[in-house]
Design a protein around this ligand. Structure first.
Ligand SMILES: [Zn+2]
Length: 131
């Protein structure tokens, strides 16, 4: 059985001014599942195909928009980081709550079994008295 490798997601380089610029990933990237360009959500399996792709109007426009919205991406990234921190906190609290409820449930099951046993013993006692 072949294991399919997930393609890497293409991310352009950033120059010293913070401007996104295209780059061709190493050949190893293409050998290990290819690369998925977010502009069209298409996977490119060779360096040649990807080199041709980054010259298309669609990709050039995508890169221009990426540069125009740099500040928005930064703000969105900060918001997403906050969302992840909040979700980690929620998960942690839920795990703690689940652990407490699980222990309570184990205790209640033990208590229920004791009550069942006492009840069964009481019935046997009544049966013996009736005899
Ligand atoms: Zn593209």
């Amino acid at each position: 059985m072949d294991l399919a490798l997930d393609p890497d997601i293409y991310s352009p380089s950033v120059d010293k001014d913070g401007t996104y610029m295209d780059n061709i990933p190493s050949s190893g990237t293409f050998k290990s599942g290819g690369i998925r360009c977010p502009c069209k959500d298409t996977i490119y399996s060779t360096s040649g195909k990807f080199s041709s792709h980054i010259k298309t109007k669609c990709h050039i426009k995508w890169l221009e928009n990426l540069n125009l919205n740099r500040m928005n991406h930064f703000i969105e990234n900060e918001r997403l980081k906050q969302t992840v921190r909040n979700q980690q906190l929620i998960i942690s609290n839920l795990e703690r709550e689940l652990s407490i409820k699980s222990r309570n449930m184990d205790y209640l099951i033990q208590e229920l079994n004791k009550v069942k046993l006492d009840s069964a013993n009481a019935k046997q006692l009544v049966n013996l008295i009736d005899i």
